[in-house]
Design a protein around this ligand. Structure first.
Ligand SMILES: Cc1ncc(COP(=O)(O)O)c(C=O)c1O
Length: 487
């Protein structure tokens, strides 16, 4: 995931004084006695200087070291407990260090760590069965990957193969994120990486998103925005001839880009792809496993709106082990049945990860977490709407179908001018994140959006406290803007 959490921020200074080593972070000085120091100190020193960290300037990386976690909390090596309001990268849906998942990995490790896909493996078979059951795509099949990007790449491969359109075009949205491999970058409509890849060379076309609050089709009606966005996809296909297209790949409901599709968008998309004989791929990497209040976000729209394929990762193991998957519906599986599948990944269906996946699904079910997410999502949305009523800096709040909601910050509610041009992070918002972290809560932000996606096990009290804190910090941020504007 690519949002900014308060752990990554500038102003790192590393100094050594006699007998003591210091790493000075922006918000705190961690102090290690030099003798017992060295292992811990060296680890931090090494990481800041040896690891290439994602989505940041290396010179600015200065995050605390996490040594453990439980439920919605992470523990730092200086003894702090941090409430995680983003499930790290919207992936730790089950909370941190879920005991049953850990035990399943331990038991599987003792039995069998690895066999390739050329051999059968019990947890792989069981996980495929569970995924087909939960998605109601019985008669389908599951291809296992290592994460979300390669799941999306493979979904596109399978769509082209099943459609017998090896060079078929794929339609995705502007301002989407589907992963960081080259093909996934091409699929993504991400301004930060657009220069790194020639999307057309991957036969990908981007279309405007159904972003109701800032609708590219110049309407303020969410429904009209959904209709217009779907109509643009239909028109794009019709202009070239639908037989030139292999698939449309999109997130059904909410995405890490902070867009929550209007209710009519996905059903309209299903209808127009079905009538044109083009596969519909749901990217459920972030939205799956309860995040949007269903096992899979498309289920919100009913069985008749099931995709032809879906890509999964993140919540699939609750991030306890790396794993992704492509689930293909029965008609696609039938088409692929007698054709060679000329692709593979050494670790496809790795038994340790699949054992984690089985235990994760059993835990979602046993603990009623999908229903819990739906109920708490409604609470979250209501609380954010109350904050919006108090703070004019909040332009829009959306989501809340499950424990995923977006707060969009603006300079002016009438003009909807964002805090900073997308995708920049306003320094005042950066400061808010730091102050929240100092108070023990980690929020994630992207551009002018605060993304709320806590683990589905978060206690109601913890959720309420985090939102109260957010409310308290929004006042000073609004004041910063007023000062900026008057100077
Ligand atoms: C919707 C979506 N698709 C795909 C990906 C890529 O997943 P991964 O980082 O596991 O490759 C992400 C990651 O944030 C995502 O949010």
């Amino acid at each position: 995931m690519d949002s900014i959490t308060p752990g990554t921020r500038p102003a790192r200074a590393l100094t050594r004084r006699r007998g003591t080593a210091y790493i000075r972070l922006h918000y705190k000085t961690l102090r290690f006695p030099a003798r017992q120091d060295d292992q811990q100190h060296r680890a931090m020193l090494a990481e800041a200087q040896t690891v290439l960290h994602t989505w940041c300037r290396q010179s600015e990386w200065a995050a605390p070291t996490i040594t453990g976690g439980r439920g919605a909390h992470l523990f730092t090596d200086d003894g702090r407990s941090i409430l995680d309001m983003s499930s790290l990268a919207e992936c730790s849906n089950l909370g941190h260090q879920h005991p049953q998942v850990i035990e399943a990995i331990r038991a599987q490790a003792a039995k069998l760590c690895f066999v390739t896909s050329a051999w059968g493996a019990e947890p792989r078979a069981r996980l495929a069965e569970l995924l087909l059951e939960k998605s109601d795509l019985s008669g389908g099949r599951v291809f296992f990957t290592l994460g979300g990007a390669d799941a999306n790449e493979h979904a596109v491969k399978f769509a082209r193969q099943a459609a017998a359109r090896p060079a078929g075009w794929v339609i995705t949205r502007d301002r989407s994120y589907h992963g960081a491999s080259y093909a996934a970058m091409a699929l993504s409509g991400d301004s930060r990486t657009a220069q790194q890849v020639d999307a057309a060379a991957y036969r990908v076309i981007h279309v405007p998103p159904p972003y109701a609050y800032r609708c590219p089709f110049k309407t303020r009606s969410a429904e009209d925005c959904g209709t217009a966005a779907a109509a643009r996809i239909a028109a794009t296909m019709d202009a070239q001839g639908a037989q030139q297209f292999a698939a449309v790949l999109m997130e059904p409901n909410a995405g890490t880009n902070g867009i929550v599709a209007p209710e009519n968008f996905w059903p309209a998309l299903r209808e127009l792809t079905r009538t044109r004989g083009v596969y519909l791929i749901a990217d459920e990497v972030m939205s799956g496993f309860g995040r949007c209040g269903e096992w899979f976000a498309w289920q919100r729209y009913g069985r008749e709106n099931a995709p032809d394929m879906m890509s999964l990762a993140k919540g699939l193991t609750g991030a306890h082990a790396p794993l992704g998957a492509v689930v293909v519906a029965a008609p696609v599986a039938r088409l692929l049945e007698e054709q060679a599948l000329l692709t593979g990944l050494t670790y496809s269906g790795h038994p340790l990860s699949c054992a984690a996946g089985v235990a994760a699904i059993e835990s979602y079910q046993r603990e009623g977490l999908i229903e819990r997410s739906r109920a708490l999502g409604a609470t979250l949305l209501r609380a954010l709407q109350e904050l919006q009523a108090q703070h004019t800096i909040i332009g829009d709040v959306r989501g809340g179908h499950g424990l995923f909601a977006v707060v969009e910050l603006v300079r002016n509610r009438d003009t909807r001018e964002p805090l900073a041009p997308w995708p920049q992070l306003h320094p005042g918002l950066r400061r808010l994140l730091k102050e929240a972290l100092d108070a023990g809560v980690s929020f994630a932000a992207r551009g002018n959006l605060i993304l709320l996606a806590p683990p589905l096990v978060i206690a109601e009290r913890e959720l309420a406290d985090a939102l109260n804190l957010l409310g308290r910090l929004l006042g000073p941020l609004a004041q910063t803007l007023r000062t900026e504007e008057s100077s």
